[in-house]
Write a protein that binds this ligand. Structure first.
Ligand SMILES: Nc1ncnc2c1ncn2[C@@H]1O[C@H](COP(=O)(O)OP(=O)(O)O)[C@@H](O)[C@H]1O
Ligand SMILES: O=P(O)(O)OC[C@H]1O[C@](O)(COP(=O)(O)O)[C@@H](O)[C@@H]1O
Ligand SMILES: [Mg+2]
Length: 312
C-alpha cells in the first residue's frame, strides 16, 4: 500500500495539489487525524510492507452516522478528493462517501484478490510469493521425511491465495471455501500418492475452508498405512514484508491513475487493471462485491497434481 500512497502523493504534488495522508483508515477520518504529505514524506517507503499511514477495521464508520461525520470532517477541512486504498469493505465505504458528496476514487488492495473488475489488487503478488516460498521449504522437509504436510494460508472467505499457491507450489490437494471439500477423495489421492512412491503429499488449505487444515491434518494421521501428517499455519507473515517488483509497479501506476481521474473530475470510480490498461470502474460495481474463484483454475489444480485414478 505504501507504493500507492507514494504514487498518489507524487502525482498530485506534480499537479500542484496539496496532499494529506489520513491515519488509520476510516478511524482517522472519524477522528480527523491527517498529516500533510510532501515529496520527502513518501521517500524511502516503497520497499516497506504494510502502510506507513496505518489502517484499521472501523465498526463506527459502517454506521450512517459515522459516515456522515467522516464526510463532514473532510468537507470542513476543504478536502476536494479522497483516494481509498483497500478491499471490498473499504470500497463500499468509498461509495458511501461518494454518495455524501466526496469526490472519491478507489484503489483495490487486498491479499485475497477478490475485488471484481481488476485482474490484480495491490499486495496479492507479494503475499502469494511469500506463501509459495514457505510451501517450497515445507516440501523439502516433507520429501526428506516422506510426510504429508497441510499448510494453511490466509483467506477467510476467499480461496484465491490457497488455489494459486497450490498450483504454483505443485501441491497434491487444495481446500478452498468456495468448493465443497471431499475428504474421502483427498485420502484416496493420499493413498495413491503413497503407493506410487511419491515422497510427499502437500495440501494447501485456505483459512476459511469448510474442512479446516487442522481437521484434515488429524484425519490424515488417523489413516493407517499412509503418510504421517504435519500442520503449518502461515498466518500474518503473508501480510507483511518488502513488496515485490510487481506490487511496487502496480501500486505506483494505480496511484497515478487515481490522481488523473481526480484531475479529470471523474470520481466515484475504482482504478482496475484490465489487460495492460488502468480502467475506471464505477464504485457500485465493486463496492462490497466479491469476484468468484475461477472454477477452471480449481479443476486445473487437480489435473496438475496428477493423482486422478486415470492419470497413473
Ligand atoms: N458495507 C460497508 N459500508 C461502509 N463501510 C464499510 C462497509 N464494509 C466495510 N466498511 C468499512 O471498511 C473497512 C475495511 O473493510 P474490510 O472489509 O475490513 O477490509 P477490506 O476493505 O480490506 O476488505 C471496515 O473496517 C469498515 O469500516
Ligand atoms: O488480520 P485480520 O483482521 O484477522 O484479518 C484476516 C483476514 O484478512 C485477510 O487477510 C484479508 O484482508 P483484507 O480484508 O484487509 O484484504 C484475509 O485473507 C484474512 O482472513
Ligand atoms: Mg477484504
Amino acid at each position: 500500500m505504501n507504493g500507492a500512497i507514494r504514487g498518489v502523493t507524487r502525482t498530485a504534488l506534480e499537479r500542484g495539489w496539496e496532499v494529506w495522508g489520513v491515519e488509520n483508515g476510516y478511524e482517522g477520518l472519524l477522528e480527523d487525524r491527517r498529516r500533510r504529505l510532501d515529496d520527502r514524506s513518501v521517500g524511502g517507503i516503497l520497499h516497506r510492507g504494510g502502510t506507513v499511514l496505518g489502517t484499521a477495521r472501523s465498526k463506527e464508520f459502517v454506521t450512517p452516522e459515522g459516515q456522515r461525520r467522516a464526510a463532514e470532517n473532510l468537507l470542513g477541512a476543504g478536502i476536494g478528493g479522497l483516494v481509498v486504498i483497500g478491499g471490498e469493505g473499504s470500497l463500499a465505504g468509498a461509495q458511501r462517501l461518494f454518495e455524501l458528496g466526496i469526490g472519491t476514487i478507489g484503489i483495490p488492495a487486498t491479499i485475497d484478490n477478490d475485488v471484481p473488475h481488476t485482474e490484480m489488487a495491490v499486495g496479492v503478488d507479494t503475499a502469494l510469493n511469500t506463501a509459495l516460498e514457505s510451501i517450497d521449504r515445507i516440501k523439502d522437509t516433507a520429501s526428506s521425511h516422506q510426510r504429508a504436510h497441510v499448510v494453511e494460508v490466509m483467506g477467510r472467505n476467499c480461496g484465491y491465495l490457497a488455489l494459486m499457491s497450490a498450483i504454483a507450489g505443485g501441491a497434491e490437494a487444495v481446500l478452498v471455501p468456495e468448493f465443497e471439500p471431499d475428504p474421502e477423495g483427498i485420502l484416496e489421492a493420499l493413498r495413491r500418492s503413497y503407493a506410487r512412491g511419491k515422497p510427499h503429499f502437500i495440501v494447501v488449505a485456505a483459512e476459511g475452508a469448510a474442512l479446516t487444515a487442522a481437521e484434515l491434518h488429524e484425519y490424515i494421521n488417523r489413516t493407517p498405512g499412509a503418510f504421517e501428517s504435519r500442520l503449518t499455519v502461515l498466518g500474518h507473515v503473508q501480510r507483511g514484508g518488502s513488496p515485490l517488483a510487481y506490487d511496487r509497479i502496480l501500486s505506483g501506476r494505480m496511484g497515478a491513475a487515481a490522481v488523473e481521474a481526480l484531475v479529470g473530475g471523474e470520481t466515484g470510480v475504482m482504478i482496475g487493471l484490465q489487460g495492460r490498461r488502468m480502467e475506471r470502474i464505477p464504485l457500485p460495481e465493486v463496492a462490497g462485491k466479491i469476484r468468484p474463484l475461477d472454477p477452471e483454475l480449481y479443476e486445473l489444480a487437480q489435473v496438475l497434481a496428477g493423482l486422478s485414478a486415470s492419470g497413473a
